[in-house]
Design a protein around this ligand. Sequence first.
Ligand code: NAP
Ligand code: F7E
Length: 341
Amino acid sequence: MKTALITGVTGQDGSYLADLLLEKDYTVYGLRRRSSTHNIENIQHLQFDPHVNKNSLKLLYGDLSDSSNLNRLIDKIKPDEIYNLAAQSHVRVSFDVPEYTADVDALGPLRILEAIRESNAATRFYQASTSELYGDVLETPQTEKTPFNPQSPYAIAKHYAFQIVKNYREAYNLYACNGILFNHESPRRGPTFVTRKITVTVARIVKKMQERLYLGNLDAKRDWGYAPEFVEAMWQMLQQEKPEDIVIGTGETHSVREFVEHAFAYVNIAIVWENQGVDEVGIDKKTGKTLVSIDPYYYRPTEVDILLSDPSLAKKKLNWSPKTRFKEIVEIMMKSDLEKV
Ligand code: NAP
Ligand code: F7E
């Protein structure tokens, strides 16, 4: 039986990966931060009590900024696989807390790599890398060979992480790889990312709990996939003969505006757009009521306008391809938020 350590287990991806590895009979350790609230909504369906379920998720306290804790845990557990999914993962927020973002997202993975090296175990390491590295894109679609051009403190911290993983693989012969994942969403997506913000707010508008949805750049385009399928690719990347950095995405791109239109369409509201720039509004075609407005607070100092993946290498090496497409993802998230709100 294999042992895995997942950092960021309380997040969207960490929770789906814990589901997957437990299904595969792994012994799964999950690193969580101490928090003043009970922050385990995404993993509360997993059984934590070892007296009831021997193969339950085992939660450990830790933080990517604390190397003594990481060294101790990794030396003790000597996991077969480590998935580093923990991060300050919000691009807009990284402009507010750039130093913290660099500490956790750049130096965090370095701390884990050092702990693996010191433990002398044959631990395989997966790093949650990101399409944000392409930033102001230099080529479309983006492949493993496309040069990086990051545009935020988040992306620049993740760029360091990408390069240090590559360096440790080459310098110390560690099995370490970067999954270059494009945006992926689900009902477990954090509510401040644009997709989930839209589906939660549309559900609240329908239930008369909120009047309006405030957004930033409606014309940004993303390659949005379905998170449970993306964690399968993470696992597959650690089962290869040789470690390799691989792009995971859908090969389709859609705008924030399209996402809004589909989310409202799910509840039978047709949106028509009027005016331009910060004055643009989305109006309910039937009632004439304004349901969407722009709030410049959500604009970013430097934006990533469009991302589009070419996931051919994932198909070739992992036999991985996306199944759930854009419209279906919107529907899954709308259905879930209408039930939850
Ligand atoms: P998420 O939902 O924001 O989860 C992030 C996780 O990291 C949470 O469990 C969070 O804990 C934990 N964390 C934050 N700071 C930490 C610290 N200092 N020490 C330890 N844990 C910390 O992110 P996600 O969407 O699941 O993404 C997973 C990873 O993939 C992240 O590294 C993200 O940057 C990267 N990524 C995501 C996407 C995407 O579209 N989702 C695409 C490419 C790459 P709390 O619950 O306590 O906050
Ligand atoms: O923004 C625009 C915003 O915050 C998507 C993270 O998981 O994926 C994610 O980063 C787009 C941007 O995701 C609002 O300007 C408009 O162009 O959902 P997001 P992101 O920045 O693409 C990558 C791959 C990661 O690695 C990250 O960890 O939507 N947008 N209005 C808005 N965005 C937000 N959050 N809120 C708005 O009101």
